[in-house]
Design a binder for this molecule. Structure first.
Ligand code: FAD
Ligand code: UDP
Length: 379
């Protein structure tokens, strides 16, 4: 190959680091709408970031980095993704083991009736409806402020049995030490609706997330390079602009200190049975070192003579050793992230930081897609 050809291969308009949702959507928009040449790098040996799914040795489709359920209220995001996948309806249901019984999570009126004697449950239900309204949601931290002694006792019960143990395991912090938005993701629901989400769109990509991202990236102007770390690859590539969806503190070699993340260890088990548990996800808020067990077949809607579960053990993140799965939403961490953004303005004005790690935001997949579309719209 002559030298000019080689140089052309290493030239692009946009270099995008990360082949997750954010990097892939941005690549697609720039390639298809602006005719830009894009190179997408990922240090992993696959695309789709943390939403990556694959088949195990028994042919069971599973989510390698933890269970991913797609849900959104955004028609725009849903319509955009629908260009790249067919869907299958899926409404996620979760139960939690409390006092040896399985109760619906988020805590709802059925949970109340399972846990308390009928007369007490009826009285509490009436009070909840009076205070908050039918079908309404209230966060446990809000409910704890209630001045009615019976409701404040109930809030205390829910706090101790649903949130305290789970949150301490998941984050190494109590609910009060985190942004209230974390526990607000799973509010008490004054309703018999036992779905985990109430979004207007609740669908799983029919052929999985990896296939969905593969379709997004399938454009003549996009080249994907796997097993390539930004720090090694960037020296060889000439680009006009860089979009970086990795961790911003790592990008700057931790110059201002480490941004805290939480990591996870997954214990995948395959059982010789069609279904292992009574719901897609079983939470263990009080007992055990793990937080939840998710059975993949519910999510993927596949069933055979074997079934596979993912058991999640949270743990601290150690840069270079573990995966930074979750930014830890707290004011001091957000402040440090802002300092990194100031540093970026000064030292890397040509770089756009994006995604769950670049923005240091607890995005769901739909929010990640929406953030990528918003960045593109600003160009
Ligand atoms: P990522 O998917 O993290 O992609 C970033 C990519 O950048 C990675 O592939 C990484 O390898 C690569 N990268 C980083 N640094 C470098 C570098 N220096 N060089 C090369 N490559 C690099 N969302 C939902 O909507 N529903 C769910 O049910 C759900 N469940 C989740 C469960 C778990 C356990 C986790 C961790 C997340 C879950 N999410 C869920 C969130 C979802 O994973 C994210 O919203 C989405 O993956 C964010 O996409 P992203 O592109 O920002 O980041
Ligand atoms: N949570 C909890 N008990 C539960 C479920 C959730 O305490 O049974 C809290 C916990 O802090 C968790 C947060 O609510 O991290 C958000 O839960 P979600 O299911 O949204 O977590 P994710 O799927 O993002 O890991």
């Amino acid at each position: 190959m002559n030298n000019t050809k080689k140089e052309n291969m290493n030239q692009c308009d946009y270099l995008i680091v990360g082949a997750g949702f954010v990097g892939s959507v941005l690549a697609e928009r720039l390639a298809s709408q602006k005719n830009k040449k894009v190179i997408v790098l990922d240090r992993r040996d696959h695309i789709a970031g943390n939403a990556h799914d694959r088949r195990n040795e028994h042919g069971i489709l599973y989510h390698q980095y933890g269970p991913h359920i797609f849900h959104t209220n955004s028609d725009k995001v849903f319509e955009y993704l629908s260009k790249f996948t067919e869907w299958m309806p899926y409404e996620h249901r979760v139960v939690g083991v409390i006092d040896g019984r399985l109760i619906p999570i988020p805590f709802n009126l059925t949970s109340l009736e399972i846990l308390f004697p009928p007369k007490k449950a009826a009285r509490l239900k009436e009070k909840l409806i009076q205070q908050y309204g039918v079908d309404k949601k209230v966060t446990v931290l809000e409910m704890l402020k209630n001045t009615d002694p019976e409701l404040s006792d109930l809030a205390d019960y829910i706090y101790k049995n649903v949130f305290l143990g789970y949150t301490t395991k998941q984050w190494g912090l109590s609910p009060e030490e985190l942004s209230p938005s974390v526990t607000a993701r799973v509010p008490v629901h004054i309703s018999y609706d036992d779905r985990y989400f109430q979004d207007t769109h609740q669908q799983m990509p029919k052929h999985g997330y990896t296939k969905l991202i593969e379709n997004i990236l399938n454009h003549k102007n996009i080249e994907v390079r796997l097993n390539q770390d930004y720090k090694d690859a960037q020296k060889k590539i000439q680009y006009k602009k860089l979009i970086y969806t990795g961790a911003i503190d790592e990008f700057f070699d931790y110059e201002l200190g480490q941004l805290p993340y939480r990591s996870l260890r997954f214990d995948f088990q395959t059982y010789q049975q069609e279904r292992h548990q009574s719901a897609g996800q079983v939470n263990y808020p009080v007992s055990h070192d793990f937080t939840r067990i998710t059975e993949m077949g519910y999510l993927t809607q596949e069933q055979g003579d074997k079934t596979m579960v993912a058991i999640e053990y949270p743990m601290p993140h150690v840069p270079g050793e573990t995966v930074p799965y979750y930014p830890i939403p707290r004011d001091d961490n957000n402040l440090l992230h802002e300092k990194y953004l100031d540093l970026a303005k000064e030292k890397a004005p040509n770089v756009i930081f994006a995604g769950r790690l670049g923005d240091y935001r607890y995005y769901n997949m739909d929010q990640a897609v929406a953030s990528a579309i918003a960045i593109y719209d600003r160009f």
